[in-house]
Design a protein around this ligand. Structure first.
Ligand SMILES: [Zn+2]
Length: 89
């Protein structure tokens, strides 16, 4: 087991490009998925930004608002299907 000093360690869902930091969408499921957030000066700032934009932390990574919406719609559709089935039965 390797012991690492975690202070300042950058999570894997952070994308670094030209010294700028962005958060990558974990699932990229929606057609209009943002894939990565806007680039910021630090990864802390990038995280604050996605929180403000209503991305959701899954425990392992971040899911962009469009994908959250896509999942939600799917859940609602499934539920509707179920209710329709009950009505028929
Ligand atoms: Zn997404």
């Amino acid at each position: 087991m390797s012991e690492e000093n975690n202070s300042g360690k950058i999570p894997t869902y952070i994308v670094i490009k030209n010294n700028q930091y962005s958060v990558e969408c974990q699932i990229k499921r929606a057609n209009d998925c943002q894939e990565i957030s806007a680039f910021c000066e630090s990864h802390e700032e990038a995280l604050e930004r996605v929180e403000e934009e209503c991305w959701i932390f899954s425990g392992e990574g971040w899911i962009c608002f469009s994908c959250v919406e896509a999942i939600w719609k799917k859940v609602v559709d499934k539920r509707q299907e179920k209710e329709d089935r009950w009505k028929e039965g």
